[in-house]
Design a protein around this ligand. Structure first.
Ligand code: PNS
Length: 161
């Protein structure tokens, strides 16, 4: 049983994330999509909301589990018996930061490798920040986030503003 973890803020999940989830789910027996804390970001959606968006989005993928963890990714991977971390790369600009995290994670947990999947070309520009910015300013996020969660994101974002 090969378990991988796809960690992130997922604030909220986008079609770019879903593309990585789908592709990683066929590479591993079990894929845990883990909502984790990024100390450089102040999330708009609660952990429970982000998990619910992910559950709704991945319900058709039987080997995908949604979880959250508040500590170190390297510890969580050990706890779950995961052999790999999955990360998506959109551009060369993502690489330096991701490379640093991959090395730090392997230092903390020598059994843990990071597998990078290149984004599909149509999602290169897409990020959760772009989605929030569009939604907060009243634009349409159709084609940016999965259809099933679009209305909830818009409703929640407008309430916030
Ligand atoms: O979607 P993001 O915000 O780019 O994801 C970053 C995330 C949450 C994966 C990263 O901040 C993380 O791994 N946080 C957990 C704490 C941790 O292990 N930090 C050390 C990384 S070397």
């Amino acid at each position: 049983m090969r378990t991988a973890i796809y960690p992130g803020s997922f604030d909220p999940v986008t079609l770019g994330h879903l593309d990585i989830i789908r592709r990683a789910s066929v590479m591993f027996d079990r894929l845990i999509v883990a909502v984790m804390h990024n100390q450089n970001k102040q999330p708009m959606f609660s952990v429970e909301e982000r998990m619910e968006f992910l559950r709704c989005t991945t319900s058709q993928l039987p080997n995908v589990e949604i979880a959250s963890f508040d500590g170190l990714l390297a510890d969580y991977a050990r706890q779950q018996g995961a052999c790999a971390v999955v990360k998506g790369l959109r551009a060369v600009s993502d690489f330096e930061y991701e490379f640093q995290m991959a090395l730090a994670n392997r230092k903390l947990n020598p059994e843990l490798d990071t597998v990078f999947l290149m984004t599909s070309a149509e999602y290169m520009y897409l990020s959760s920040s772009v989605v929030k910015d569009i939604a907060v300013h009243g634009g349409s996020v159709a084609g940016f986030v999965p259809d099933g969660i679009m209305q909830d994101i818009v409703r929640r974002t407008r309430k916030e503003g």
